[in-house]
Design a protein around this ligand. Structure first.
Ligand SMILES: Nc1nc2c(c(=O)[nH]1)N[C@H]1C(S)=C(S)[C@@H](COP(=O)(O)O)O[C@H]1N2
Ligand SMILES: [Mo]
Length: 171
């Protein structure tokens, strides 16, 4: 029976439907055009890819599941400072009582203390990446991700980053 015969065509059509159903939620999850920054800051803001491209750039290399990649983007601390988050040495040391909830469009969430992101306190490097090697991030990883090259595993290096929620403990 030739491959163009009706039974084969029906099989191929059925497989195409299954494939579309399996990949559609992933495709929807990557449609992030900007990162929203909200919470205990003077005013909420949304940063686009163009906003990040215009900020001071940085790069780090990290290996996840055996694949080594050089990521390019901006330091997360610079994004938090631009949003008015309380980083840096100050009379009240706000970063010691603040935290950031990073949220991805697939529902993944990671909490960071402001202190562990604050270059006034630590040498930990956290990159907000928008490029990998010499191109964009792989489409299924979204437009933005976090990269923590000093972490021993990839679990905090959030793909599909869509939002940063800043919180400072009330006294
Ligand atoms: N949004 C999102 N980011 C995520 C995850 C996830 O499930 N969802 N898994 C994490 C884990 S456990 C690892 S090891 C790394 C893997 O990164 P890679 O896809 O670049 O290999 O992604 C991290 N970032
Ligand atoms: Mo992982």
């Amino acid at each position: 029976m030739p491959l163009t015969a009706a039974p084969y065509r029906r099989l191929i059509a059925a497989l195409a439907v299954l494939f579309t159903a399996a990949t559609a939620p992933h495709a929807a999850a990557q449609a992030t055009t900007g990162i929203t920054v909200t919470g205990d800051i003077p005013a909420p803001l949304t940063l686009s890819a163009a906003d990040l491209a215009a900020m001071p750039r940085a790069s780090v290399t990290a290996t996840y599941n055996g694949v080594t990649t050089t990521f390019h983007g901006v330091w997360l601390a610079d994004v938090l400072k631009r949003a008015g988050a309380p980083l840096g040495p100050g009379p009240h040391a706000h970063s010691l009582t603040g935290y950031v909830v990073a949220k991805a469009s697939d529902g993944y969430q990671v909490v960071f203390s402001l202190g562990e992101l604050d270059p006034a306190i630590t040498d930990q490097q956290v990159l907000l990446a928008d490029r990998a090697n010499d191109g964009p991030l792989p489409a299924e990883h979204g437009s933005f991700r976090l990269v923590l090259p000093k972490d021993k595993r990839g679990s905090r290096s959030m793909r599909l980053l869509s939002a940063l929620e800043i919180n400072v403990l009330k006294r």
